[in-house]
Design a protein around this ligand. Structure first.
Ligand code: DX5
Ligand code: ZN
Length: 213
């Protein structure tokens, strides 16, 4: 299991040292939650803040857009050369066009499904994706309770992925901790995002390792 700590739960007053600590602690990706105050009822950070602090990151960036205007934010973040940019299917009229744009920028495309969205809704996009992110909370805030139906959804998605594009990864985001990590692993999940669990632990390295099952 790959682990992407969400810096949403980091101490924003010390963001550089927090990013350095999770990278030194052995994380696999650095998850950056971008919220525009429209698609979700919260706002976070743009490249003005992320760019200087990302310089200390020794692990690739995984940018999760929770925004209405995906094209605008992709243009803003492209210069940071993230490994992945994920965007919500619920906010995009032309998802295939956005995927092509990310490919042309050499960024791995990922699509995010809110808790109510079905894996079947993206079946015909799977062959063009590097990752699908399943939300296990309603997007907008860290520290929420894990929604268990994501486990069944991950299994359904895994079946579709095996049929359409076995290389595509499954990521789960929200309420992940050392209690639910094993059931996610069994369901075929490849990457987990964890915010409050990692940053709420005194020893980041220990918390990260407890999820790398
Ligand atoms: C929620 C974000 C998550 C969040 C995860 O909108 O996408 O990445 O920060 O935080 P925890 O792990 O605390 O649920
Ligand atoms: Zn996220």
């Amino acid at each position: 299991m790959l682990v992407a700590p969400s810096i949403l739960s980091a101490d924003f007053g010390n963001l550089s040292s927090e990013i350095k600590a999770i990278c030194d602690g052995g994380c696999d990706l650095v998850h950056v939650d971008v919220m525009d105050g429209h698609f979700v009822p919260n706002m976070t950070i743009g490249p003005v803040v992320v760019s200087p602090v990302a310089k200390v990151a020794t692990k690739p960036l995984d940018v999760h857009l929770m925004v209405e205007d995906n094209n605008f934010f992709i243009d803003l973040f492209a210069s940071l050369k993230p490994e992945y940019i994920s965007f919500h299917i619920e906010s995009e009229k032309h998802p295939h066009r956005v995927i092509q744009k990310l490919r042309s920028l050499n960024i791995k495309p990922a699509i995010v499904l809110n808790p109510h969205s079905t894996p079947e809704s993206i079946e015909y996009l799977l062959e063009d994706l590097d990752m699908v992110l399943l939300m296990s909370v309603n997007p907008g805030f860290g520290g929420q309770k894990f929604i268990p139906s994501v486990v069944e959804k991950a299994k359904k998605l895994k079946d579709l992925i095996n049929k359409r594009n076995p290389a595509c990864l499954i990521q789960v985001d929200g309420g992940v901790n050392d209690k639910n990590i094993h059931i996610l692993k069994e369901a075929g999940v490849d990457v987990v995002v964890a915010g409050s669990y990692v940053f709420g632990n005194e020893d980041y390295s220990k918390a990260i390792k407890s999820l790398q099952v």
